[in-house]
Design a protein around this ligand. Structure first.
Ligand code: LLP
Length: 432
């Protein structure tokens, strides 16, 4: 990898993306070449960045009885799942659709955990038939239904109860999940009663406990607070003779979008393991469900500048990617870096509202961004590996973007661009 060009802007949080001779590179390839070859909008992922993010977790868990179940909702593109699974990950799924993708990835079904507040009976049956490792059950009502479905199949469903520890993850309210006010998990004070019920149900085999307090968490404290609350329950359960095999701490570790400084996964895990050991639970199997922190900064979205539109109050930069490709700014007012693929330009730097072609005022990708660009130039929207492609839609009948995975000097197209005919195939044409 050549050294970053010191004069060029740095790309926050993206060690595998750097400028060389004025071109933004991913590993050994120039992103402009990929944009020209595959068209835009285009998601580009670095395999080295993915594996590097995973390696931090693996280092942190070395020598432990542990399993990293990648939360595939962050990005469920098959080739990325396969990359992570081949590197040793299990998967955290939340729907029957994710189950199908997970099984296609080649993951050991026993390394799948199934989270989510609204599993249907059909999804439960399909997951049991596939032989998944654990259902993370989120309510008493779900326990009863799962028991019923397991008995109907002549099986015992492996379960863990998702406990809501009532800990504030101090993140965006839409992605905070561990507070009483959130719909997730079984309230801490109801958890013992729920476990008593679960062990009494013949169709269930109680394996563990889990919690997930939110996403884009940039500080260790909420994790450690949640861990203490969970361990209090593990202890209380053990005193009642309910021995658990595993503790699943969910996902949620944040990434650097701008200037956030989340703890490195291995450092966070050192703190977690130290607490587990100190309280005598070091021998329990530890499960984790990271999503964003594995894929978020492994990907960018390339887009072309269509028009510069000077306004009376603001200048608009209209690009060919939009809220259907990159929904996080519209949904959460999220900030993602936007950088030019050509680090040097003779255009004058100007502040722009970077917006897409979708017919909504909410269709913006970046506000008040100073960029030196011309029409036809390419930009990269950074930190686009997580919760972008997996949340993309076909709004305005826009086909979803293509995706490329880069490994060193080579690039593979891992998802073709959708064309309007693809979408029409599922519809009825009343004139025929
Ligand atoms: N486990 C469970 C049960 C979850 O609900 C989630 C995320 C994860 C693991 C993975 O969390 P992560 O490590 O990725 O933070 N669309 C939002 C994020 C929603 C997260 C939902 N749950 C965004 O773009 O910020």
């Amino acid at each position: 990898m050549s050294a970053p060009c010191p004069a060029a802007p740095l790309v926050p949080g993206h060690p595998f993306f750097h400028y060389a001779d004025g071109h933004l590179m991913v590993e050994g390839l120039a992103l402009t070449d990929l944009a020209r070859q595959h068209g835009t909008p285009l998601f580009v992922y670095s395999q080295a960045a993915l594996l590097d993010a995973l390696a931090a977790y693996q280092r942190g868990l070395a020598g432990r009885n542990a399993l990293i179940c990648y939360a595939m909702k962050a990005n469920s593109t098959l080739a990325l799942l396969q990359t992570l699974v081949q590197a040793g990950c299990g998967l955290d799924i939340v729907s029957g659709g994710e189950l199908v993708r997970a099984l296609r990835s080649g993951v050991d079904p026993n390394h799948i955990v199934f989270s989510g507040v609204g599993k249907t009976r059909l999804e439960m049956r399909q997951a049991m038939q596939a032989g998944i490792g654990c259902f993370n059950v989120e309510s008493l009502a779900e326990l009863e239904v799962l028991n019923h479905e397991a008995l109907a199949l002549g099986r015992q469903a492996p379960v863990s109860l998702r406990v809501n520890p009532d800990v504030d993850a101090r993140t965006h309210p839409y992605i905070s999940t561990g507070l009483k006010a959130n719909k997730f998990g079984i309230a801490h004070e109801q958890a013992l009663a729920a476990y008593r019920r679960a062990v009494a149900l013949p169709g269930l085999k109680v394996l563990g406990i889990d919690c997930h307090i939110g996403s884009q968490i940039t500080d260790s404290a909420p994790y450690l607070d949640a861990l203490e609350r969970v361990l209090d329950l593990v202890q209380a359960l053990a005193q009642e003779g309910i021995a658990l095999e595993h503790i699943d701490l969910g996902g949620g570790l944040g990434i650097t979008y701008q200037d956030e400084t989340p703890p490195a996964a291995d450092h966070l895990l050192a703190q977690v393991l130290q607490r587990l050991d100190a309280r005598g639970f070091g021998a329990h199997r530890l499960l984790l469900e990271p999503g964003r922190s594995l894929v978020g900064n492994a990907g960018v979205c390339l887009t072309e500048v269509l028009y510069r539109k000077p306004g009376t109050e603001k200048n608009f930069l209209i690009v060919d990617a939009a809220m259907n490709d990159l929904p996080r700014p519209a949904l959460y007012e999220a900030w993602q870096a936007i950088v030019p693929l050509q680090g040097h330009s003779d255009a004058a730097p100007e502040p722009y509202e970077v917006v897409g072609p979708v017919c909504e005022s909410g269709d913006w990708l970046g506000r008040a961004r100073t960029l030196a660009v011309r029409e036809g130039d390419y930009l990269a929207v950074c930190s686009a590996g997580a919760y972008c492609m997996s949340m993309a839609s076909n709004y305005n009948s826009r086909g979803r973007a293509a995706e490329v995975l880069v490994t060193g000097q080579s690039a593979q197209l891992i998802r073709q661009r959708e064309n309007p005919d693809d979408a029409l195939q599922l519809e009825r044409d009343l004139t025929l």
